[in-house]
Design a binder for this molecule. Structure first.
Ligand SMILES: Cc1cc2nc3c(=O)[nH]c(=O)nc-3n(C[C@H](O)[C@H](O)[C@H](O)COP(=O)(O)OP(=O)(O)OC[C@H]3O[C@@H](n4cnc5c(N)ncnc54)[C@H](O)[C@@H]3O)c2cc1C
Length: 456
């Protein structure tokens, strides 16, 4: 594994939407990019086995808090986006503007590069249609949501890629990593970054482990994109002790009801329509899940043994709330966070409304599932640990770009926002010249006004 003696312009840690965008953009502009990814990178098979190995390993990709809130993340090339539900929610421009960040142009650019649109009618499943009709009849602004999907590639027989999408209908950041590799980026899988290496206050490289063996790699620009949990762990090990506190994780419940007529489950797409209750602080969407998850996580998790064989007759609405900032990530990556009474009250209110909608849709025997959480973030906040350019304030040459940077509670799926932020960061990083990587090399930099010689 001799990357220690290779020259790179940038090291990117993690291949979720944040890291993959930076890697693709910079590699596409001719920078020498090393991508270090903890997870594997084999073909996307879309099998339960792959899902379990890459998203359900306790302590690594599956977390259960003291209150039994379950949370998963993808440890694989593509990060959580390999297994996500591919719903694009609007970028919180007003929130970002408070921190001096404007990504309107970058959002426009991303919307041209990535497929983002509401589902065509043929892709809307009977459950989604039924729930939407009932919600609208009750006066809710329940509408189709934008999806990250190549709808022209879709065929009615294709399963949704809950376990990864081998058909490439669902966009994931693995596609950006493939692009980065095509333009010359080097990807190392099963490389778990432990900490950043500094020379004084300057980040100069990272230490990482492959199969328990320690390696090092060096570059003048280091971008940590290891996700809401992973980035906090790396930064704390690197001396940024304040990372990993007071975060959000967008808790959710699912409300289930039984209808008389069974439907085909195989190809259902989740979160295809919904309603944002902005003031109340939560969002409601239809929620299809594979039968195995319906049985194990939902029916058994809620002690509804008699509902085990009713997946095809169950309508589901997910309630995802904007939780307050609290809790801590432990040094080894454990998640410690309790739901507050205010968080629970939001979910209860959502439960009440979802019950009303499901009843209107003809469902009976309504129950709610246990708490889950989906998007840990805000562990390395802009304004606190990072400046508005996503640079770690304490150190030079070190940036963070993933869900950990979001500075405030938000409660909505973050992928589109992360893509736009990463695009903005890539522009800033690509302005900086490629360096020859000789410690005291003299390089010529041109400014508009004059050419000058500087030492680096
Ligand atoms: C079931 C589920 C459904 C979701 N649905 C949606 C949705 O519909 N819409 C939406 O916008 N969002 C959704 N999300 C959330 C979304 O997937 C994530 O918010 C998003 O992927 C976060 O991107 P990220 O770049 O912050 O981190 P991640 O995607 O978590 O990527 C982090 C990467 O870093 C790697 N890594 C971690 N630690 C290390 C280390 N020490 N060394 C090297 N590599 C490391 C990981 O393996 C991973 O590849 C969903 C999430 C889940 C779990």
């Amino acid at each position: 594994m001799d990357v220690e003696n290779k020259k790179f312009d940038v090291i990117v840690v993690g291949t979720g939407p944040g890291g993959a965008t930076v890697a693709k953009e910079l590699s596409g502009k001719g920078q020498r990019v090393l991508i270090l990814e903890w997870g594997p990178g084999g073909p996307v098979r879309g099998t339960l086995r792959q899902y379990v190995l890459e998203q359900c390993i306790p302590g690594k990709s599956l977390f259960i808090t003291g209150q039994m809130v379950g949370m998963v993340r993808g440890i694989a090339t593509g990060g959580s986006s390999l297994f996500y539900y591919a719903t694009a929610f609007p970028v919180p421009h007003a929130m970002l503007a408070k921190y001096g960040i404007d990504v309107t142009q970058e959002e426009r650019e991303i919307r041209k590069e990535v497929p983002i649109a509401p589902l065509k009618d043929a892709m809307m499943t009977p459950m989604a249609k039924k729930i939407m009709k009932a919600a609208q009849a009750l006066g809710y602004e329940w509408k189709k949501l934008d999806k990250f999907m190549y709808q022209d590639r879709w065929q009615p027989r294709f399963k949704f890629g809950y376990y990864g999408d081998p058909h490439g209908v669902k966009w994931s950041s693995r596609m950006f990593i493939d692009d980065a590799v095509k333009t010359g980026a080097e990807l190392l899988n099963k490389a778990r970054v432990m900490k950043v290496i500094f020379n004084g206050r300057k980040a100069v490289g990272v230490e990482f482990k492959i199969k328990g063996k320690l390696h090092r790699a060096f570059a003048p620009k280091i971008v940590i994109s290891a996700g809401g949990i992973g980035s906090a762990v790396i930064l704390r090990a690197s001396g940024v002790k304040e990372a990993g506190y007071n975060f959000f994780y967008d808790p959710l419940i699912t409300v289930c009801g039984r209808v008389k007529t069974p439907r085909k489950l195989k190809c259902e797409i989740p979160m295809s329509a919904g309603c944002l209750m902005a003031e109340e602080g939560y969002v409601m969407t239809d929620m299809a899940v594979p039968a195995i998850i319906d049985k194990t996580v939902f029916a058994l998790g809620a002690f509804r043994f008699w509902r085990l064989f009713e997946s095809g007759r169950t309508l589901r609405i997910m309630i995802k709330a904007r939780d307050g900032l609290s809790g801590r990530i432990t040094d080894s990556g454990g998640v410690r966070k309790a739901l507050t009474e205010a968080d629970k009250a939001k979910l209860r209110d959502g439960y009440r409304r979802a019950t009303e909608i499901l009843e209107k849709a003809g469902a009976r025997g309504i129950y709610r599932t246990t708490y889950l959480a989906a998007h840990p973030g805000g562990t390395v906040k802009i304004g606190q640990i990072l400046d508005s350019n996503l640079k770690v304030k304490k150190f030079e040459n070190l940036w963070v770009c993933d869900c950990s940077v979001i500075p405030e509670p938000w409660g909505l799926p973050p992928t589109l926002t992360l893509l736009a932020l990463a695009k903005r960061l890539s522009k800033q990083l690509s302005v900086e010249k490629k360096l020859p990587l000789k410690s005291k090399a003299k390089v010529k930099t041109k400014t508009k006004a004059k050419t000058k010689t500087v030492k680096r």
